[in-house]
Design a binder for this molecule. Structure first.
Ligand code: GMT
Length: 375
């Protein structure tokens, strides 16, 4: 199949899923066209059947806001015509599903029919999409898509609760390429980051309010009072400075490394002992899955789809949002004794195998085939 993939090309989970999906589909013989405003961060190699088409938005002084959707719709029309793209798979409803619908209508006018598959990722529904300013357009775009997928049961339920949805939603969970996470957790140059007796705790996110970054710092503060530990803070976003200030106030700055956005997630996870994800809400928690695939158990909240990913008492522990003392106690339960830690590491790896890309990607292929047949 010739598939056009639209996504945010950034470090965010939706862009990562879209990119990894495109790459795997290309290995399975499909021709993939990424259409977005810059080359997706995880898309390192373009090839015979992996193409990238940049959406340009010319600046014009009349516009306070440059019309990205318009530029994207036009680019989609051009690329479908030029490359014979058979299906558009858009990741993140806003504004991608809306722009794809406009492109579909323009193409229809020229006798070209292209179905749209929309994948809902989380904040497009829970935080942004349900805002009254966007809600009618998001509802319309979901209902007009030819197939809709959601990354968890929880997100599907939220979508049905928040919007007037008149169609079915398929649940296709996030996935992981286990072959990329084959390293052993005993040999990861951890000596560069910490002493042998220190535990390494890691958090990776876009440092937005929804991630509850102060909770990460507080949980780590409680942990390091009980045993020697270091905290790796990976990513960048509006809450980063607050986190740095809190660490200073608590007198633990020298125990925390702020990496910023990193292309070396695998290396950092390789030397990590525990992953913290105390989010307010999380439709899935791809970062937690990546941690588990690297043998790293997860301390998370039980919000959104996290309970579909992290199994309480097995791959880590789940607590209520804001229950930092409970999360600290659970972290210490895992970290204090080395045999327990090893057991949780092995469990985390085994839990991640449920999301093996070899089982999940065919679910998307089946949806494409059915959509094309029915369209
Ligand atoms: O907030 C983020 O983590 C970024 C956001 C995105 O759209 O890039 O992530 C969402 O999509 C990911 C991939 O499906 C999910 O794993 C994340 O849980 C989800 N984030 C939230 O729901 C807050």
């Amino acid at each position: 199949m010739k598939i056009g993939i639209v996504c945010y090309p950034t470090f965010g989970g939706s862009g990562v899923v879209a990119t990894e999906l495109g790459l795997e589909l290309s290995k399975r013989g499909h021709e993939i066209h990424f259409i977005t405003y810059s080359q997706p961060v995880r898309l390192e190699l373009l090839s015979n059947n992996v193409h990238f088409h940049e959406v340009h938005v010319p600046e014009y002084p009349l516009f306070l806001y440059q019309p990205y959707e318009l530029a994207l719709s036009s680019k989609l029309v051009d690329m479908v015509k030029l490359h014979g793209i058979e299906l558009l798979h858009v990741h993140y409803a806003i504004p991608h599903a809306y722009a794809a619908y406009m492109a579909q209508q323009m193409l229809k006018d020229e006798g070209i029919n292209v179905p749209i598959v929309t994948t809902l990722h989380g904040t497009d529904i829970t935080l942004v999409g349900s805002h009254p300013f966007y809600k009618p357009a998001v509802t319309f775009s979901i209902n007009k898509s030819n197939a809709v997928t959601s990354v968890s049961e929880s997100l599907k339920k939220e979508t049905m609760r928040l919007f007037d949805i008149k169609r079915d939603i398929h649940v296709v969970p996030n996935f992981i390429d286990l072959e990329k996470h084959v390293h052993s957790y005993t040999d990861c140059q951890r000596g560069m980051m910490a002493e042998d007796h220190e535990r390494i705790i890691t958090h990776i996110s876009n440092f937005r309010e929804v991630k509850r970054i102060p909770d990460v710092i507080t949980i780590f503060y409680n942990i390091q009072k009980e045993l020697p530990a270091k905290l790796m803070m990976v990513g960048d976003g509006p809450e980063k400075e607050k986190a740095e200030l809190l660490a200073e106030e608590l007198g633990i700055s020298d125990r925390i490394v702020f990496f910023g956005n990193s292309h070396e997630i695998d290396r950092i996870l390789c030397f990590s002992d525990l992953f913290l994800l105390p989010s307010q809400t999380e439709s899935f928690g791809l970062a937690a899955l990546e941690a588990m695939a690297s043998n790293v158990p997860v301390i998370s909240t039980n919000s959104g789809g996290l309970s579909e990913v992290n199994e309480d008492g097995f791959s880590g522990y789940l607590s209520d949002v804001g229950a930092v003392n409970d999360m600290s106690r659970n972290a210490l339960k895992i970290l204090t004794d080395l045999d327990t830690l090893d057991q949780f590491k092995a469990n985390a790896k085994s839990q991640s195998q449920k999301f093996d890309l070899h089982n999940i990607v065919p679910m998307y292929e089946k949806i494409y085939e059915e959509t094309l047949k029915e369209f």
